[in-house]
Design a protein around this ligand. Structure first.
Ligand SMILES: Nc1ncnc2c1ncn2[C@@H]1O[C@H](COP(=O)(O)OP(=O)(O)O)[C@@H](O)[C@H]1O
Ligand SMILES: [Mg+2]
Length: 254
C-alpha cells in the first residue's frame, strides 16, 4: 500500500521467558523482539542475569517458562548446535580458547566443525583454507597466524574468539562482554571490528557490555537487566535519562 512502511522483521523473539534452577528464579518474564540488522546492547549490574539470558537464547540452559522464536520458528526446545545451524552464534564472557593451540589451528578447527564430518574436510580442503584466510584477514589476525593463543594480547584473544565465531557466518551474534580484560589501547580496534561485523556485514548483534562509551557509538537500543528481569528497553538516550535505571545502578554513573 502506498504511504505505508513495512514493520521491520523480528529475527529473535523472546515471549515471557524465564529460567528457574534449584529453586532459584534466575530469569523471569523477559519479553523482547530483536529486528533484522539491529544492534541491541544489554547492561545491568553484576548478577542481573545477562549471561543467563544469552545462555537461554543460545540453548545452553532451558527456558523453564515462555518461548524463544527465531525467524518465526519456535526453537524453545532446540539444542545449541541446532540453533547454531540456524545462524545463531555466540562468544563467552570468559576466554574459550586453547592456550597451546595456534591462531590458525583455532580457526581451522572451527571451519572443520562448521563443515562437519571429517572426510568432507579433505574433499573441501582448498575452499576451507580460503575461508580460514578470509576470516583471519577480516579480524586483523593474519600477521599472528602462527602465534599460540597464550601468547596473544587480551585484545587479540577477543579477536580470535570472534574469528572462531565468524567461520560459521552467523546472522545473529551474541557477544558477552567482548571487551572484558582488554586494555584501554585495544578497545577502539575491537570496537571497530564489531562495528564492521554489524554495519558492513549486516549482522544482527546482541552484546553485553559495561563500557557505556563503547555502547553509545554502536547500539541502536539498550536493554537494562535487573534481578533477572528486563527493567528498560529503549534508545540509548532514553535509557540513560531514565531515573529507574539510574537507581538500579545505585548511583553508578551510566
Ligand atoms: N547454573 C546456575 N545455577 C544457579 N545459579 C546460577 C547459574 N548460573 C547463574 N546463576 C545465578 O544467576 C544470577 C545471574 O547470573 P548471570 O547471568 O551470570 O549475571 P550477569 O551476567 O548479569 O552478571 C546470579 O545470581 C548467578 O549466581
Ligand atoms: Mg555475565
Amino acid at each position: 500500500m502506498p504511504g505505508t512502511t513495512a514493520a521491520p522483521a523480528a529475527v529473535l523473539g523472546l515471549d515471557r521467558v524465564g529460567w528457574s534452577v534449584g529453586g532459584a528464579t534466575i530469569l523471569s518474564d523477559v519479553s523482547l523482539e530483536v529486528y533484522e540488522g539491529e544492534f541491541l546492547a544489554f547492561i545491568g549490574p553484576n548478577g542481573a542475569g545477562k549471561t543467563s539470558l544469552f545462555n537461554l537464547i543460545s540453548g545452553l540452559v532451558p527456558a523453564t517458562a515462555g518461548r524463544v522464536v527465531l525467524d518465526g520458528t519456535d526453537i524453545t526446545g532446540e539444542a545449541p548446535y541446532a540453533r547454531a545451524r540456524r545462524g545463531l552464534g555466540r562468544t563467552f564472557q570468559t576466554s574459550s580458547l586453547w592456550p597451546a593451540m595456534s591462531v590458525a589451528e583455532h580457526v581451522r578447527l572451527a571451519a572443520q566443525a562448521a563443515v562437519g564430518g571429517s572426510y568432507r574436510i579433505w574433499r573441501r580442503a582448498p575452499r576451507h583454507q580460503d575461508k580460514v584466510d578470509d576470516v583471519l584477514a577480516r579480524t586483523g589476525l593474519t600477521h599472528r597466524v602462527d602465534a599460540l593463543a597464550q601468547a596473544l594480547s587480551h585484545g587479540e584473544k577477543r579477536k580470535l574468539e570472534l574469528a572462531v565465531l565468524l567461520v560459521a557466518e552467523p546472522r545473529l551474534m551474541l557477544l558477552d562482554e567482548p571487551m572484558a580484560g582488554v586494555s584501554a589501547e585495544e578497545v577502539p580496534a575491537l570496537t571497530e571490528l564489531i562495528r564492521t561485523l554489524h554495519r558492513e556485514e549486516g549482522r544482527t548483534v546482541l552484546m553485553v557490555e559495561h563500557h557505556m562509551d563503547v555502547l553509545l557509538g554502536l547500539a541502536d537500543r539498550l536493554a537494562v537487566m535487573h534481578h533477572g528481569s528486563l527493567l528498560a528497553l529503549d534508545s540509548p538516550e532514553a535509557v540513560t535519562a531514565d531515573a529507574t535505571v539510574q537507581q538500579a545502578y545505585l548511583g553508578e554513573a551510566l
